[in-house]
Design a protein around this ligand. Structure first.
Ligand code: ADP
Ligand code: MG
Length: 445
């Protein structure tokens, strides 16, 4: 048995006037694995707790299998929850921990057969007589999963169940959770701030920011067609390159997108998407280039749809199978404040004592902009005058991946080819305008 979970315009405030979940609507189909993804504090756990009945819903509706369920007590929902911190009873063995909810639900029945089947499924038969203190983190989380599974609930809610584990174990258990939930075919809502986890587990991924749902789609679609700059920047590693640009569309000349000191000349005849950019003429936009949209090669080897720019190698990260190259192309990066604070990927170049103040400022701005526009295209608020680039010095403005056989050194000027078929353009509010919102790139779907 598995169930449909629907949220209609669900809103929640802890402090009056501050909505931590703001008119969230989601329809989760029976058997679906839905991931709620977003930075810390965006309201993911609150959504999960409202579905579980652990938190009251202020406004809007929760429907379980189409039935109004706002006021159902948690015990009446037939939903099992797995938490980040394992939450096992320390004075009970694994067996007792797993059978505890079964004894409450069916007091007269012997829980052993169910406990044993579940233990076999999870490979924890040998751990049943141990106490939590005698288990490793991964083993404890398996027991906690066992407690949820043994109940045969009609839905699972999992709140960052892997984030207290080390990386190797996390990968292992992630695969296991994916396999188990599919085998059981039970609707699962899984919360994480880790985009890689979300992409690898979810049938669909719901991206949240500041209590507001940004987009819900298959992993493939959120990656290929992010609705806004926040989703684009949150999903994918290395993070998408976001550059401040300007569309120039002279009546008698070729249309270009200028990026600081360089420009991308759009090939003629203009594609439908590029024609749409004409209305942005003279306005600032944000250009998004994933690292796979740029390659290191001479202009003479350009394929159709590729245009040439150059970049100065600022920093190299050897990864073994590939090298991540940070270029300076003379453009200015567009800042997505929440992500600068949330993801450590973009480090400020060390500039003595200044570094701390820069990060502090980004954090401050992230706070100030919660719920506001996604991208920042204005000058920094207050403080000294001058553009952000003199203060916030990120290592280069364009990150590109390449094979390790390429001989690159810091300080080299290198030719680059940009594939315009993989060009994203966002307006000043961070909404994607290119490819056009309805336009599906070659996904073969
Ligand atoms: P996430 O799980 O995405 O990290 P949460 O849902 O836990 O986010 O929290 C969303 C926001 O609500 C945060 O700003 C958090 O501080 C606040 N919050 C969560 N629980 C409570 C509570 N019980 N009382 C007051 N504020 C809360
Ligand atoms: Mg949380």
């Amino acid at each position: 048995m598995t169930r449909a979970i629907s949220l209609h315009d669900v809103t929640k405030s802890y402090t009056r006037g501050i909505r931590v979940v703001d008119r969230l609507s989601l329809d989760i189909t029976p058997g679906e694995f839905l991931v709620l993804l977003g930075p810390s504090g965006c309201g993911k756990s609150t959504v999960l707790r409202m579905i579980a009945g652990l938190e009251e819903i202020d406004e809007g509706q929760l429907l379980l299998d189409g039935e109004y369920a706002n006021h159902l007590p948690p015990s009446g929902r037939d939903i099992a929850m797995v938490f980040q911190n394992f939450a096992l009873y320390p004075n009970m063995t694994s067996r007792d921990n797993i059978s505890f909810p079964l004894r409450i639900e069916a007091p007269g029945e012997d829980p052993s057969p169910r406990v044993d089947t579940t233990a076999r499924m999870l490979g924890i038969e040998d751990l049943l007589d141990r106490f939590p203190a005698q288990l490793s983190g991964g083993e404890r989380q398996r027991v906690a999963m066992g407690r949820a599974i043994a109940r045969h609930p009609s839905a699972f809610l999992m709140d960052e169940p892997l984030s207290n584990l080390d990386a190797k174990l996390r990968g292992h258990l992630r695969a296991e959770i994916g396999r188990l939930t599919r085998e059981l075919g039970v609707t699962t809502v899984y919360v994480t701030h880790d985009q890689a986890e979300a992409m690898s587990l979810g049938d669909r991924v719901a991206v949240m920011r500041g209590g507001v749902l940004q987009q819900v789609d298959t992993p493939r679609t959120v990656y290929a067609l992010p609705r806004n700059v926040f989703v684009a920047a949150f999903i994918g590693t290395p993070r998408i390159n976001l550059l401040r640009g300007m569309v120039r569309a002279p009546l008698d000349g070729a249309m270009t997108i200028s990026l600081g000191k360089q420009f991308l000349r759009l090939p003629e005849p203009l594609s439908l998407d590029h024609q749409l950019l004409r209305v942005q003429q003279g306005r600032e936009i944000i250009v998004g280039l994933r690292s796979e949209a740029v390659r290191i090669a001479r202009p003479s080897s350009a394929r159709p749809g590729e245009v040439a720019i150059t970049g100065l190698v600022e920093h190299l990260e050897f990864q073994g199978h590939e090298v991540i190259v940070h270029f300076n192309t003379g453009s200015s990066p567009a800042v997505v404040p929440e992500l600068e604070a949330a993801r450590p990927g973009a480090r400020a170049v060390r500039r003595g004592r200044r570094e701390g103040t820069v990060i502090d400022r980004l954090r401050e701005r992230a706070g100030a902009l919660r719920g506001g526009p996604v991208a920042v295209l204005d000058e920094p608020v207050g403080g000294d005058r001058g553009p952000t680039s003199t203060e916030v010095r990120l290592p280069g403005d364009l990150v590109v991946r390449t094979t390790p056989d390429m001989e690159l050194r810091q300080g080299m000027q290198v030719p680059l080819l940009v594939d315009l078929a993989h060009l994203y353009v966002f307006d000043q509010h961070g909404e994607r305008i290119c490819p056009a919102p309805t336009h599906l790139p070659d996904l073969g779907e």
